[in-house]
Write a protein that binds this ligand. Structure first.
Ligand code: UD1
Length: 414
């Protein structure tokens, strides 16, 4: 478990790692070529190891030196191991590249965070529209055929479905038109990578058009992680300190920065840096999560922790996932006043939170509890460290450098 002794202002600089949600599809893109793919600024995360284990199981060889990953070799096998795919939803993205390269794919339905039903119907319907024969049997998706060009309309701009279709479309000369695509910075990073590998992608107002044939290798630097950045940015004001993020793209954080200013937080963004502090406290606000450039669902739990200590009431609508509230009960145990009704959370700000034993149910719920912990009086003991390891590189070190008292204890000490 992670133990946090709270109540100290956190101040200083944090270097932000490469984005988890950008490197995961990039690793899978290696399946589209037999030439080397080199990914720079790859974060050291459990989820990255899982995705690398997946491409290795499919025939690739992986070399890692610091934050540079090189992926070589041929895509040789069409069956993704259940044991790997069940650990993480993003591994399901191998379905498209496998069908594109090998004409068949056998991929178990994905696992991952428990934050909602998270179906993959859009992925499957999209591939079926491109002429792929899809059969689901015993929890495994069996796909066969050669995908052809066409138009796919997404009823919702799903990040994963857009990426799946970009990956497949990049191998189809007639091209794929993805109507109503997701435009998250991580999706656009995949677009840049596919272009570097030789695909053509047109970005239009209502659609992406992607086409390509034989893709080659590439070198690609992954964008900074805007969710990690947002999490650390909140650590300053929530403790009465001041945090400066370095090596970020402030434009990817606009929704958060605007909302923080509305709370009364002082925010400064310049070049690749962002700073936030709030010496006079902050007030409650209303916010709803939405696809990019809306407020990211992946920062909703952390913002909920922050607003627990605001003056007055906040209302947060979770519009992306139907049950992303694993953090709410745990924050209440720490003294937060939160009520949950349907998709809305009402937060009545309290003067202080108190440390206690809590459990992280997913990556961002864990991050919310760490933020609550650094702000709380006393010691917060958070079970479920593995969730934080999935999404935050060197979290204890980064927070310690800001002045936090945070350490990991063996579970047997509970
Ligand atoms: C990605 C991110 C995740 C983030 C989410 C939304 C990765 C590895 N993960 O997840 O951190 O929280 O985007 O920004 O990049 N849906 C369907 N059918 C589908 C696919 C999705 O109904 O076939 C629904 C989901 O249940 C959910 C919503 O669409 O309610 C958003 O999901 P999606 O955008 O696909 O998110 P992920 O790609 O899973």
């Amino acid at each position: 478990m992670i133990v946090v002794r709270g109540g100290r202002p956190l101040s200083g600089r944090v270097e932000i790692s490469g984005a988890k949600n950008a490197v995961l599809p990039a690793i899978v893109a290696s399946l589209l070529t037999d030439e080397p793919l080199v990914l720079k600024r790859a974060p050291g995360l459990l989820d990255v190891e899982t995705q690398l284990a997946l491409v290795e199981a499919l025939g690739k060889r992986v070399e890692r030196r610091g934050d540079v990953i090189a992926i070589h070799g041929e895509t040789r096998r069409a069956t993704a191991p259940q044991e790997i795919v069940s650990r993480m939803r993003a591994s399901f993205l191998c379905l498209g590249p496998l069908i594109a390269r090998l004409g068949e794919a056998h991929v178990p339905l994905p696992g991952g965070c428990v934050i909602g039903a998270r179906p993959v119907d859009l992925h499957l319907a999209g591939l079926a529209r491109l002429g792929v024969d899809i059969r689901v049997d015993g929890g495994v998706v069996h796909a066969a055929g050669t995908p052809r060009g066409g138009e796919v309309w997404l009823r919702y701009p799903s990040v994963g479905a857009t990426e799946q279709l970009l990956l497949v479309g990049a191998t189809i000369p007639e091209g794929v038109e993805i109507v109503n695509p997701a435009r998250e910075p991580e999706v656009m990073d995949l677009v840049r990578l596919l272009a570097a590998m030789g695909a053509e992608v047109e970005i239009l107002e209502d659609r992406f058009i992607v086409r390509g044939e034989r893709l080659g290798g590439a070198e690609h630097a992954v964008i900074p992680d805007r969710i990690e950045a947002g999490t650390y940015l909140l650590a300053g004001p929530i403790t009465g300190g001041e945090v400066e993020l370095v090596e970020v793209h402030p434009e990817h954080l606009t929704a958060l920065l605007v909302k923080l200013e509305e709370c009364g937080v002082e925010v400064e963004a310049e070049g690749d840096r962002v700073r936030a502090s709030s010496p006079g406290g902050w007030r409650g606000i209303e916010v709803e999560t939405a696809p990019y450039p809306g407020f990211p669902t992946d920062l909703q739990p952390q913002l909920t922790a922050f607003l627990s200590l605001a003056r007055g009431r906040s209302v947060i609508w979770e519009r992306v996932f139907e049950s992303r509230f694993g953090h709410v009960g745990e924050l209440i145990r720490m003294g937060a006043r939160i009520t949950l009704q349907g998709q809305a959370i009402t937060v009545e700000g309290v003067g202080e939170l108190r440390g206690t034993g809590v459990a992280a149910t997913d990556i961002r719920a864990g991050a919310a509890l760490v933020l609550a912990g650094v702000a709380a009086r006393g010691e917060t003991r958070i079970r479920g460290v593995e969730h934080l390891r999935r999404g935050y590189e060197n979290m204890e070190e980064k927070l310690s450098r800001l002045g936090a008292k945070i350490w990991v204890e063996e579970a047997s000490v509970i």
